[in-house]
Every structure is written in structure tokens, then in C-alpha cells.
Write a protein that binds this ligand. Structure first.
Ligand code: ADP
Length: 489
């Protein structure tokens, strides 16, 4: 079915609802092509979705874990069987190159598999009581309605990070996809609809920030959020002022890779190129700061610069492309603004592919939001906005240092953010020091600073995090505990 023929709306109480909000389009960021027409969710649709989720909760919570998981296993099989087809939709709508589009769907499948499989694992604690004839144990209970607000850059994976666990634990869900990827929202809602999940258990409201903030204002039982630092902190503040709502927010970063004098440079260059340029720098874990020891600096710089000059930027559907476009024109303006700012702040620019040569832009893609790598050298002690604010693009600072690992980690930690970071070193003492002192929620050793294990928490410290809206940790956000004691005498 073409999604441009008609206007798509929301999925509320098991029905497709057009709603009353204004129309908006989904656009392919590589071509400008319209992929679908949608309506913006307003407070009215959000209220209807929350009412439906509240009504459905009473019966959904009574099902066993494995019965709830059955619906998710169906989605798991669909995600596996249709990875190529769905991955292409992800790429068309958000511009990630095609292997990343497919990886988004595979990651979603992993998350669903984990959550559905977890239905068979023990869910509480049985503890010995000090009184012989007494049973003592802890049980988990679902909280109720979980509001999920997700970004565009992992438009299938992140929603399942939030929703799969929330549903298996017995909660019902109101989800708002990002306004840039409503078609992926529609496709995910169709996956749920096809399972025959009871009406109201899963609801999807399309729309912009006002629809997200309506979900928060309605004081749902838990809010799970992945997105920008500004919005995440606004949500955390709002939820803190409500009684009874809980929030888990994962936000952006200004992530570092430390490359020590003992680094294997092949690993270092590979890690830096993948971390800085994949997804065109638009991952919350993308690295924008490379902290490099002076002994290996010149060699690393020349190899990294050569790669930054040569990585291919182009049609994300082409298997040979390394970087697709940025998500939208407004975001391109922001990235270009930071490249200009870096110059104004007096850094030494090493690679500037801000404006791609016209022959680099593939035919038929002139309307895409293109930008290539921008690499510069800066003094790690200089107080610069370009090295301290999150750009969310292929904008990378090389920060040379001298001294030991303590100095490298001092530079690494000299940012307000604390999402992800990596160390490249063959010296276990350096690696151990980094592990113990790096102020991040996600740390990678001799690996690119990208990637998520669904078995591990995914979230940050400092400005980057306020809880973990992913995988196993979602259990904490979406359940309450009862400490139960029973007299058996
Ligand atoms: P990004 O920079 O990755 O687009 P945002 O934080 O702007 O991150 O958006 C992430 C999600 O949060 C999107 O679904 C967006 O519509 C939603 N959102 C934006 N503003 C608000 C808000 N004030 N309250 C709740 N959700 C919001």
C-alpha cells in the first residue's frame, strides 16, 4: 500500500483514527520525496489513547507473562522475516545507509526476543524469614500506562527498547514516534495490529513535541524518553513535580575516544571513523572528541584525515555508501553553524567537506541534506563551544595530549555530558584506569564507540542520563514491588 494516497493517523484502542490535527508529511532526507501524509496528534488523541490504555490495563495485567509474550514473539518473527523490506523503509525515511537501516530492524528483533524470552525467567525474590512459619517474598507488579517518546535515528529499535519490556511486564502503552519518522511509526503499529493484541494495550499517536508533552502532562504512570538533553531534562522536571509518575530518560552526549601511546593504530582509526561518521554522526553515542597521545598523534592524524577525506557520502540505498544525508534542513543548518563556529573560535581545520562537491551528490538527490566530515585540531585546555556542545553531525575535534592516562581521562571527563566513551590501548593498566574513572554510562575498550547490547543498561551520567529506558532496566521503570509476608502457622 502506498502511504501517499491517503492521510494516515493514529492507532488508538485497536482502530486507525485520522484525528483532527494538521497534516504533515514524511520526507526522504536523501531526495526530498514525500513518503506519506500523516496527521499531528493533539491533546484530544493523546487523551483518547491514554483512556484506551487505562481501560485495557485491567485485563492485560491478568494474563500470564508467557501469554503476553506470545504477541511479541509474532512481532519477532515478522522483524526477522521482513528485515530487508523494513530496513529499506528505515533508510528511506531517516537516511541511514542501508546496512544501518537493516541493523535497526535486527536490533529491534533482539530486543523483542530478550523481552519475550524474559517472560520465562523468575520475576521476584523469595527470602528466608526470621520466623519459621512465615513466607517472605518480593513480587513485581506492572505500574499501568507507560508513555514512550522516541527519536528518529533508531526509528524501529528504540521504540522496542521501550515497549517490549513494558508490555511483557503487564503494562499498556501509549507511544509517540518522532515527527521525522511517522512511516516507521505506522509500520510498527501495523505489526502490533497484525498480532491481534487486545484493543488498547498498544496505542500510537503521531505528532510533534506538543503531543509528547501532552503524554507527560497527563501524568501517565511511567514516561520512557530517548532524545535530546533539553527535552529530556524538561520531562524529568515535569515528572518530578507530579506525584506517582516515574521517568527514565536517555539523552545525548559529546563522546570521547581516548587513543593512548600504546594504541594499535589500525584499531584506533577504525574505531574513530566508525564512531564519528556512521549515521552521519547522528547517534547519541557518536564521538566528536578524539583525545590522542602526542607520541602517536601525527601518525593517527594523517590516517584519520585521509579517511575523512575519502569516506563516501551519498545515496543511502547504495550498498557502497558510508554516510547518508542529515535528517532535515534545519538540522543541517545547525551542523553547518557549528562548523562555522569552530573556524570563528580559531581551531586548525584539517578536513572541511561541509559543502560537498556537486559531483559527489548523486543524481536525483539534489534536495538531500548533505554534509561530509569536518575535522579540526584544538587545544584541549581552550574553552571552546565547538569542543564542548553536542553537534550531532560528522564534526570531530582532535585533542592532542601529553602525559599519562590520568591526563587523557581528565580531558575525556571535561564535558557536561557523560553518555559514551572508548579507549584504544594495548596496556591493561590504562584500560583499567579508564574503566574506573571515565565518567560515562557506556564504555568501549578497543572497539568503536557505538553499539548496544540488549542485555546491558543503556544510558548516561551527568547531563546525559536520568535512568535507563532500555532493555532489562526498563523493568525497574515500569514495575512496582510488593514485599509480601504471610503467616503460615
Ligand atoms: P532529537 O534532537 O533527536 O530530534 P528531541 O528531543 O527533539 O530529539 O525529540 C525526541 C522525541 O521527543 C520526539 O518524538 C519529539 O517529538 C519529542 N519531543 C520534542 N519536544 C518534546 C517535549 N517538549 N515534550 C515531550 N516530547 C517532546
Amino acid at each position: 500500500m502506498s502511504h501517499t494516497d491517503s492521510v494516515d493517523g493514529h492507532y488508538i484502542a485497536g482502530e486507525w483514527v485520522t484525528g483532527e490535527g494538521e497534516e504533515f508529511n514524511s520526507e526522504n532526507p536523501a531526495t526530498g520525496e514525500t513518503l506519506g501524509r500523516f496527521t499531528r496528534g493533539t491533546d484530544r488523541e493523546v487523551t483518547a489513547a491514554i483512556d484506551a490504555a487505562e481501560a485495557a490495563f485491567a485485563e492485560w495485567r491478568e494474563l500470564s507473562y508467557v501469554d503476553r509474550a506470545e504477541y511479541l514473539w509474532e512481532i519477532y518473527h515478522e522483524l526477522r522475516e521482513r528485515t530487508d523490506e523494513l530496513g529499506e523503509i528505515v533508510t528511506r525515511e531517516c537516511g541511514k545507509e542501508i546496512s544501518e537501516g537493516r541493523a535497526d530492524v535486527v536490533e529491534a528483533a533482539h530486543m523483542v526476543e530478550w523481552a519475550a524470552g524474559d517472560a520465562r525467567h523468575p520475576k521476584g525474590d523469595v527470602v528466608p524469614s526470621e520466623i519459621a512459619a512465615k513466607d517472605a517474598y518480593m513480587r513485581r507488579k506492572p505500574r499501568g500506562v507507560v508513555g514512550c517518546i522516541t527519536p528518529w535515528n533508531f526509528p524501529v529499535a528504540i521504540p522496542f527498547w521501550h515497549m517490549a519490556v513494558a508490555l511483557v511486564e503487564g503494562n499498556t502503552v501509549v507511544w509517540k514516534p518522532a515527527e521525522q519518522t511517522p512511516l516507521c511509526g505506522r509500520i510498527v503499529a501495523e505489526l502490533f495490529d497484525d498480532t491481534g493484541i487486545p484493543n488498547g494495550v498498544f496505542n500510537m499517536v503521531q505528532g510533534f513535541g506538543d503531543a509528547g508533552s501532552a503524554i507527560v502532562d497527563h501524568a501517565v504512570d511511567t514516561v520512557l524518553f530517548t532524545g535530546s538533553v533539553e527535552v529530556g531534562h524538561e520531562i524529568a522536571r515535569e515528572v518530578a513535580a507530579q506525584s506517582g509518575t516515574r521517568a527514565a530518560c536517555e539523552m545525548g552526549g559529546k563522546n570521547n575516544i581516548v587513543i593512548t601511546a600504546n594504541a594499535d593504530l589500525e584499531t584506533a582509526v577504525r574505531s574513530a571513523v566508525l564512531s564519528s561518521f556512521k549515521t552521519t554522526g547522528q547517534r547519541c553515542v557518536s564521538s566528536e572528541r578524539l583525545v590522542v597521545h602526542e607520541d602517536v598523534y601525527e601518525e593517527f592524524k594523517s590516517r584519520f584525515v585521509e579517511m575523512a577525506r575519502s569516506v563516501s557520502v551519498g545515496d543511502p540505498l547504495d550498498e557502497g555508501t558510508f554516510m547518508g544525508p542529515l535528517i532535515e534542513a534545519e538540522h543541517r543548518e545547525k551542523v553547518v553553524g557549528y562548523n562555522d563556529l569552530a573556524r570563528e573560535e580559531g581551531v586548525d581545520v584539517l578536513v572541511d567537506r561541509t559543502d560537498l562537491d556537486s559531483e559527489e551528490v548523486p543524481e536525483g538527490h539534489e534536495a538531500g541534506h548533505w554534509v561530509g566530515p569536518f575535522v579540526y585540531e584544538a587545544d584541549p585546555d581552550a574553552d571552546l563551544r565547538c569542543t564542548s556542545e553536542e553537534v550531532f553531525g560528522p564534526h570531530v575535534a582532535l585533542l592532542p595530549y601529553s602525559g599519562g592516562i590520568e591526563r587523557a581521562v581528565e580531558i575525556h571527563n571535561d564535558t557536561d555530558y557523560g553518555l559514551a566513551g572508548a579507549i584504544i590501548s594495548e596496556d591493561y593498566r590504562e584500560i583499567n584506569y579508564y574503566r574506573d574513572h571515565a565518567e560515562v554510562g557506556l564504555a568501549y575498550g578497543n572497539l568503536p564507540c557505538i553499539g548496544a547490547e540488549v542485555q546491558l543498561p543503556f544510558g548516561g551520567v551527568k547531563k546525559s542520563g536520568n535512568g535507563y529506558p532500555s532493555a532489562r532496566e526498563v523493568i525497574e521503570a515500569v514495575t512496582d514491588r510488593t514485599a509480601w509476608t504471610l503467616n503460615n502457622a
